[in-house]
Ligand binder design. Structure first.
Ligand SMILES: *Cc1c(COP(=O)(O)O)cnc(C)c1O
Length: 366
């Protein structure tokens, strides 16, 4: 039987980065300082520069970054925040922790990103306190029309960049368009730590200062709590040092991901498998997602050839049991249709050309 092709393979990633990660880890080990020190400060500086923003604040996870970033923008109990329902429930988790209400916006069929016509309709009918734009699967939303709409309504935009590290439009990177933005460094992300991690980036010194306080008990200075909503949500020195070692390699990995996605989009020719269009720098190939009229059959056909797939995500936010009260009321036809038809193919930098060819042939033979 042919070798298994996994959806992702972090062991291969670990091998290619082992030497530099080991050096970084040893530096932290011998420093005797493990939380909020020189490594976190340096990573925050380097990542802010990479994103082209003034400030970066490291936190414990991507979900915490959404929660603390939104709180710093004034979102709290009773706030109403627009978000998509096809992005894995992370933003909705953060909103529930804040006591805010998600206002679900449908997505566009082709890009699978927030449908601006629906957002415009919602802005005309109700008051919102913020809009969260998720650059899903690695595709940076076209932010100009988003900001046109939200600026006119006076509503701040928050970007969830957990799947879009390094995606660019017109030379501007994901995270540099909104009032603030979140990143996750979960191990499978385009820039991944060896554990959990996240960051908020922002052009605003005030927002950055609020997040710095919120991530550490609301402290303004040591043992002196000055603002409400404080938590313990810190990026640790070990993860920061590992992320610093990997950051210079990110653009190369993103190019390789995009090359694999481009081959899939060009060479898959099965009429029952819709592919995303070929993209430029605005797409960093976090996940390569096709749409099929019989997903389960396609999935089984691939599995028989030891090619593994996944579904991101099978249950939209408004259908999650915890939001049962929401379910029936929300009309999100495209989100619902897509959740039954999407399938994620293997797409990660360490995939070989031969493996990519195997995936393409197998999809085409279905
Ligand atoms: C991974 C992810 C998050 C959450 O990140 P964690 O670090 O796992 O909390 C948020 N949004 C999106 C779109 C993600 O893919």
């Amino acid at each position: 039987m042919a070798d298994r092709i996994a959806v992702n393979d972090l062991r291969r990633h670990a091998i290619t980065t082992e030497a530099t990660v080991r050096t970084s880890a040893e530096r932290v080990l011998s420093s005797g300082w493990y939380v909020l020190g020189k490594e976190v400060e340096a990573f925050e500086r380097e990542f802010a520069e990479y994103c082209g923003v003034g400030h970066c604040v490291g936190v414990a996870s991507g979900t915490d970054a959404i929660e603390l970033g939104l709180r710093a923008l004034g979102v709290g109990r009773g706030s109403r925040v627009a978000t998509v329902a096809n992005a894995g429930f992370y933003t909705t988790t953060a909103l529930m922790a804040l006591g805010a209400e998600p206002v679900f916006v449908d997505v566009e069929r082709e890009t699978k990103l927030m449908d601006l016509a629906h957002l415009k309709q919602i802005l005309g009918e109700t008051t919102l306190d913020a809009v969260v734009v998720t650059h899903l699967f690695g595709l940076l939303h076209d932010m100009e029309p988003v900001l046109d709409l939200t600026d006119r309504a006076g509503v701040p935009v928050f970007e969830d960049c957990a799947q879009a590290h390094g995606a660019r439009r017109g030379g501007r990177a994901a995270g540099s368009f909104g009032a603030a933005a979140s990143f996750s460094f979960y191990p499978t992300k385009n820039l991944g730590a060896l554990g959990d991690g996240g960051a908020v980036v922002t052009g605003s010194a005030d927002v950055a200062q609020s997040v710095r306080r919120l991530r550490q008990y609301g402290w303004g200075s040591r043992y002196r709590a000055e603002i409400k909503g404080g938590r313990n949500s810190r990026l640790d020195e070990m993860q920061a040092a590992i992320l610093r070692a990997k950051l210079p390699l990110l653009d190369g990995w993103n190019r390789r991901r995009r090359d694999i996605a481009t081959r899939y989009s060009r060479e898959i020719g099965n009429p029952r498998v819709d592919r995303p269009p070929v993209h430029g720098e605005e797409y960093v190939g976090h996940l390569y997602v096709v749409v099929s009229d019989d997903r389960e059959a396609l999935r089984a056909h691939l599995a028989e050839a030891s090619i593994l797939t996944d579904v991101h995500y099978p249950l939209p936010d408004h259908r999650q049991p915890v939001l049962a009260a929401h379910g029936g009321r929300t009309g999100l036809p495209v989100t619902d249709d897509l959740s039954a038809a999407i399938l994620t193919l293997p797409c990660y930098p360490e995939l070989s050309d031969e493996e990519v060819t195997r995936v393409i042939s197998r999809v085409n033979s279905w």
